[in-house]
Design a protein around this ligand. Structure first.
Ligand SMILES: Nc1nc2c(ncn2[C@@H]2O[C@H](COP(=O)(O)OP(=O)(O)OP(=O)(O)O)[C@@H](O)[C@H]2O)c(=O)[nH]1
Length: 241
C-alpha cells in the first residue's frame, strides 16, 4: 500500500506538471512606427491600445497558450525601433531567443526595405534560419487600392519570406481583417492573405511547441529591464503558468 508520504509526493509532482509550462522568448523587431507595440499589445491583451509612445529599450508582454493540450508561455520582447532608444540594449535583445517576428508596415515600402538590416543584425547576433522566423506586414486596414504602387504588395512580401525561410502574415493590429479576403491589388482583383492577429500567435506557439529543449532569457513578465553585470549560465527554464 502507498504510504501517505509517497502519495503526497506523487500528488505534488502531478500538480507541478499541471502548473508548469515552457516559456519561449519571442523577439519583435522592425522599424520605428510599424506597430510593434500595438501588435504585441493586441497579441497579449486582445485589444488595440488607445495611446502609444515610442518604445525605449524594451517592453515585455506575455501570452499563455494551449497548444494540443500543452500549456506554453510566449514572452514577447517589444523592442525599440529607434536607434537612439536601442543601442545599449541590443546584446540583451538577442540572448536566448527562440523566435523572431519581423514587422513592417504595408503602407510604407521603406519599412519593408529596412528588413534587410534587421535580418543582418540578427545574423550578426547568431540568429539565422535555425530559429523560427515570421514576417508580419502590419496596418493592412490602411491598404488603399488606389495607391497600390505606394504600398508593399503581397507578392513581394511572399517571395521575400520564402527566400528567407519565414512564415508570412499580413494583418492589422487595429481592425481584425477578414481572413483570406479578396482585394484589389495592382489594379486587378486578386485573392490576398489577411490574417487575424490570433492566427499569428497560434502559428508561433505551434512552431515553438515542437522545439525540444527551450532555454530562456531572464526577464520580468512585464516592466523594466535590468542589466546584469554577471554573466549567468544559460539554462532551461520552466515557469509556473
Ligand atoms: N491604422 C493602424 N494604425 C496602427 C496599427 N498598428 C499601429 N498603428 C499606429 O502606428 C503608430 C505606431 O505604433 P507603435 O506600435 O508605437 O509602433 P512601434 O513599431 O512600436 O514604434 P517604436 O516603439 O518607435 O519602435 C501608432 O500611432 C499606432 O496607433 C494598425 O494595425 N493600423
Amino acid at each position: 500500500m502507498e504510504s501517505s508520504l509517497e502519495f503526497s509526493n506523487s500528488l505534488g509532482s502531478v500538480s507541478s506538471m499541471l502548473t508548469r509550462c515552457r516559456t519561449f522568448k519571442v523577439l519583435v523587431i522592425g522599424d520605428s512606427g510599424v506597430g510593434k507595440t500595438c501588435l504585441t499589445h493586441r497579441l497579449c491583451a486582445g485589444e488595440f491600445p488607445s495611446r502609444v509612445e515610442a518604445t525605449i529599450g524594451v517592453d515585455f508582454r506575455e501570452r499563455q497558450l494551449d497548444i494540443n493540450g500543452e500549456r506554453i508561455k510566449l514572452q514577447l520582447w517589444d523592442t525599440a525601433g529607434q536607434e537612439r532608444f536601442r543601442k545599449s540594449m541590443v546584446q540583451h535583445y538577442y540572448r536566448n531567443v527562440h523566435a523572431v517576428l519581423f514587422i513592417y508596415d504595408v503602407t510604407s515600402p521603406a519599412t519593408f526595405s529596412g528588413l534587410v538590416s534587421w535580418i543582418e543584425e540578427c545574423r550578426q547576433n547568431s540568429l539565422g534560419q535555425q530559429i523560427p522566423r515570421f514576417l508580419v506586414g502590419n496596418k493592412s486596414d490602411l491598404r488603399d487600392p488606389s495607391r497600390a504602387e505606394a504600398q508593399v504588395s503581397q507578392e513581394w512580401a511572399m517571395s521575400f519570406s520564402k527566400a528567407q525561410g519565414m512564415m508570412f502574415f499580413e494583418t492589422s493590429a487595429k481592425n481584425s481583417p477578414n481572413k483570406c479576403g479578396k482585394g484589389r491589388q495592382s489594379g486587378g482583383e486578386v485573392p490576398y492573405q489577411q490574417d487575424k492577429v490570433e492566427d499569428i500567435v497560434v502559428a508561433v506557439g505551434a512552431k515553438l511547441k515542437r522545439l525540444k529543449k527551450p532555454s530562456v532569457a531572464s526577464a520580468p513578465a512585464n516592466g523594466s529591464f535590468k542589466i546584469l553585470n554577471k554573466k549567468r549560465p544559460e539554462k532551461e527554464l520552466w515557469t509556473c503558468c
